[in-house]
Ligand binder design. Sequence first.
Ligand code: PGA
Length: 239
Amino acid sequence: MKRFIFDTYEEVCSAASELYVKQLNEKPDTVFGFATGSTPVGLYNELVKKYESGEIDFSKARSFNLDEYYPMKKDHPQSYDYFMRDNLFNKINLSAFSLPSGEAPNAQAECKRYDAEIEAEGGIDLMLLGIGHNGHIGFNEPSVSYSMGTYLTKLTQSSIDANSRFFGPDEVQPTEALTMGIGGIVSSRKIILMITGDGKAAIAKKLFDGMIHADVPASFVLLHPDVTVFMDKAAAGNL
Ligand code: PGA
């Protein structure tokens, strides 16, 4: 594991974006794994800037996202599909992007289809992750066992509460999601984990205490041979 701690969130995003430049120079047809949440937004802004200035070209690259609420319409403003189009996909020239579909009538069949699609594209080269306050990655919530492939999972109250800020009082917030399993995530060739803000200081302390915890799903990612962790000082405050 490589770990970098920067003074500010902006510096984290700028440093992480340099890995995307390097990755695309080395492999223009990279298969990216992308994440939603507030953490990667600054990185996505950097990637858009780099694309607009001609520094990077995504035209041969494609992507898969970690998760999607279930059920969820693609065009719902709180869908992860919408989030990704709004923050990144509509602003760069990625050749294709996929998310698990929250509109699929059969969740199990959709999970199988999604895993097969990832496999057919040769797997994920560079996976981006944030971490939940409860240690989740994607929607792999704290548990004693983890799925290899994509699966339908129930969200914990902690995740529902953390995301309730995005839903209006009249909107029904989903309590389930389709998420890549821990097995799928750690099959990626390289992983970037971003941990930022003082709200993540407590979970960062637990994550880096030298143990693999079943109740901190992100700790399994630290076993990966090529993981780069980017933190700001606020999140690293308790280390
Ligand atoms: P956040 O979410 O970036 O909005 O804190 C991270 C996550 O839940 O993985």
